[in-house]
Design a protein around this ligand. Structure first.
Ligand code: ZN
Length: 675
């Protein structure tokens, strides 16, 4: 690992930030924090923290200030808004108190903020404050963690770091750790940093460069030591051929839901196959891996303290699911035991979902589990890093982590939990796939379902680069729904990314305007290809996945009032949509016993890509009325908007006891009303 500090680059950065009124030393602080944040071997997803002590003018008086990283902020992208400023003189007075609890500590930290509009300061703020150095850097570097999660870490650290780092025994972050770290530092005032056993490393210096480069120097020493003194063992290559990752993903998703208050909470699953997995599974002590434990305490809230390990190498294909269920149940029982044993530590703690968050499968890969794609991705990144650190650590010596009691303290620590923003929305953990996804109705529906907490996959025939919509938080796959092979490969990609599917919105459509007398066979075929067979292709493939998942599911069709109320010159559209209505009912009959619901929307006269100005003119003319009257021609005399359709889809998705139902969204049209 090399220092990435570049003077020229820094000067440019300082100049840029000066235009925003950021002073030189804070700009330097941001610059080296980003250098740390940009290296995933040093810092991951909001981990680590840095600080600067400076003086600024407050109410005409120079005040000593601590700028410290905001809690949970990702150093990779940090800017001046990520460094709340605190009154240092007041923070330092806290050092002389005997004891303060977490609540008081956070209260003091908030009280001494210069501007409370900034994010909450890190839970490690006081540790930064009590150290006298201008710049302080803290990370949970991989190489350092592999060396300090050992059975004899003090001896190792003294030798490897040549006594340049003072060693602080493990206690959880907070006031006591800040005080202990300061008192140990005071005994070794010439040290260049601190090792916090089972936790990470602090370095400090008079300049941003010095503090950052010391961090790099010690990480380098750790890396060299690991390289020099690690044992190699024979790697046994094994490939699990009995089940694919996608099929296993569906099985896991089926068996890993937690049911709270009678509601099934679904999960997102992500798959990855890190190269070191064979090595991990080849380790002679594999059976003891149940005691993996966290490599640094703040991983626990993301990945629990150990993964679920699965080995299907000795079972036949038809025994895979029963072994999976057995292993998940054992994992859950152990987690419940652990919770009950330590819950006295935090009487307000409610047990988290006892299911595993990381699942390792011999010869296949690893899964991470979460309630949103974002959290699942973070769990995958942290889980991968933790396993790598663990592997390096067992190759080097004997891995030793903190005891379960300390794990519990961290896992249920209210200050740490503040980093997790829980998604309590109705559709969390759900994956919604929408065809015609970048059209007006598809996109309006996507936004609605996204707001309700669902993961969103848009499918359409456009090239992604030609789409001008904001698709943040959504995935896009180009797919022609009239092509079955494309549908198959698109669903494969969706399962690989999210682990499964829950809601299918079959929305893509095609409108052809012609009288029956002039309608060509080609146009009629085209209309049926999209408006009937396209829906059938999409739902046929998707419904089999829903059936295998065996956790219910919803299929929603965008039908049309045309299905029940023909209008002149719209036969190709109407006939295909009338058959689509039938298709919906047929699916409802065949798959109702699997808990899968099928419903549709009959919407009318909504301005969309199909019903554009040209088409509105044509349709109005066919009816012999004006454009305005055409759009508002309904009992309520109001124009129906795309969001009304999105709301109707959502309503049907949430109507747990409704199937084979058509909801009309047309402002009231008596000739199109169904009953
Ligand atoms: Zn830390």
């Amino acid at each position: 690992m090399k220092s990435k500090y570049k003077k020229k680059e820094l000067e440019k950065f300082i100049k840029k930030l000066k235009t925003k009124g950021v002073k030189r030393n804070l700009a330097e602080r941001i610059y080296t924090s980003r250098l740390l944040g940009n290296d995933s071997e040093i810092v991951l997803h909001g981990g680590g923290n840095t600080s600067l002590k400076a003086e600024i003018k407050l109410q005409n008086k120079m005040e000593k200030i601590l700028f410290v990283k905001g809690s949970g902020i990702d150093m990779k992208y940090i800017d001046e808004k990520g460094f709340p400023a605190l009154e240092l003189t007041n923070l330092l007075k806290l050092k002389d108190l005997k004891k303060i609890n977490d609540f008081e500590m956070i209260n003091f930290q908030k009280k001494y903020m210069v501007n409370t509009n900034f994010p909450s300061p890190s839970v490690e703020t006081l540790l930064h404050a009590f150290l006298p150095h201008k710049f302080v850097d803290h990370s949970h570097s991989n190489a350092i963690l592999s060396l300090i999660n050992q059975s004899n870490p003090i001896k190792i650290c003294k030798r490897v770091f040549a006594n340049k780092l003072a060693i602080v025994p493990y206690i959880m972050p907070g006031y006591e750790l800040a005080k202990l770290s300061h008192s140990i530092y005071s005994k070794y005032p010439n040290c260049e940093g601190l090792i916090l056993l089972n936790h990470g490393i602090f370095t400090f210096g008079n300049t941003a460069k010095q503090s950052y480069e010391r961090m790099i120097k010690f990480i380098n020493l750790a890396e060299k030591e690991l390289k020099k003194n690690s044992k190699k063992f024979k790697i046994i290559k094994y490939k699990e051929k009995k089940i694919s990752s996608n099929d296993l993903s569906i099985l896991i998703r089926k068996n890993i839901n937690d049911c709270k208050d009678g509601i099934l909470h679904k999960k997102i699953l992500l798959f990855n196959n890190p190269i070191f997995l064979d090595e991990l599974f080849s380790h002679p002590n594999l059976n003891n891996f149940n005691n993996i434990g966290p490599v640094t305490p703040d991983h626990v809230i993301r990945i629990k303290s150990f993964p679920l390990i699965l080995d299907f190498s000795k079972v036949s294909k038809n025994k895979i699911e029963s072994l999976l269920i057995k292993k998940i149940n054992i994992f859950k029982e152990n987690y419940i035991k652990y919770f009950n044993k330590y819950k006295h530590i935090n009487k307000n703690a409610n047990m988290f979902d006892p299911n595993p968050k990381i699942i390792l499968v011999k010869g296949l890969g690893m899964f991470s589990v979460g309630t949103t794609y974002k959290d699942t991705k973070i769990a995958m990144d942290i889980g991968t890093t933790a396993l790598k650190v663990f592997l390096d650590s067992i190759k080097y010596g004997r891995f030793k982590t903190i005891p379960p009691k300390e794990v519990f303290k961290m896992e249920y620590w209210p200050l740490e939990l503040a980093k997790l923003k829980e998604n309590n929305k109705n559709l969390r953990g759900h994956v919604t796939v929408i065809t015609g996804g970048v059209g007006v109705l598809g996109y309006a529906t996507a936004k609605k379902f996204l707001n309700e907490g669902s993961e969103i996959v848009l499918i359409d025939i456009k090239n992604e680069k030609d789409i001008k919509l904001n698709m943040q938080g959504m995935s896009y796959f180009k797919c022609d729904i009239t092509n079955f092979d494309q549908i198959k490969s698109t669903f494969d990609k969706i399962i690989a990314k999210y682990g499964g599917i829950d809601i299918l919105i079959s929305n893509a459509g095609l409108a052809i305007h012609s009288s029956l007398a002039k309608l060509s066979k080609k146009d009629l075929d085209k209309s049926f290809d999209v408006n009937l067979f396209g829906h059938h292709n999409f739902v046929k493939y998707g419904v089999n996945i829903l059936k295998n998942q065996d956790i219910g599911g919803t299929v929603l069709f965008n039908i049309s009032k045309q299905a029940v109320n023909p209008a002149p010159n719209f036969g190709a559209y109407g006939m295909s949509k009338a058959t689509l209505l039938y298709l919906m009912k047929q699916y409802a009959v065949e798959f109702g016993s699997f808990g899968i619901r099928f419903n549709g929307i009959n919407a009318d006269r909504i301005k969309t890509g199909l019903l554009d100005d040209r088409m509105i003119k044509l349709r109005a003319k066919s009816r012999g009325i004006s454009k305005q009257n055409y759009m508002k021609g309904n009992l309520l005399n109001i124009e129906v908007e795309p969001d009304d359709v999105a709301d109707a889809f959502y309503f049907l998705a949430m109507s747990k006891k409704t199937t084979a139902c058509v909801l009309t969204i047309d402002g009231g049209k008596i000739e199109a009303s169904l009953r």
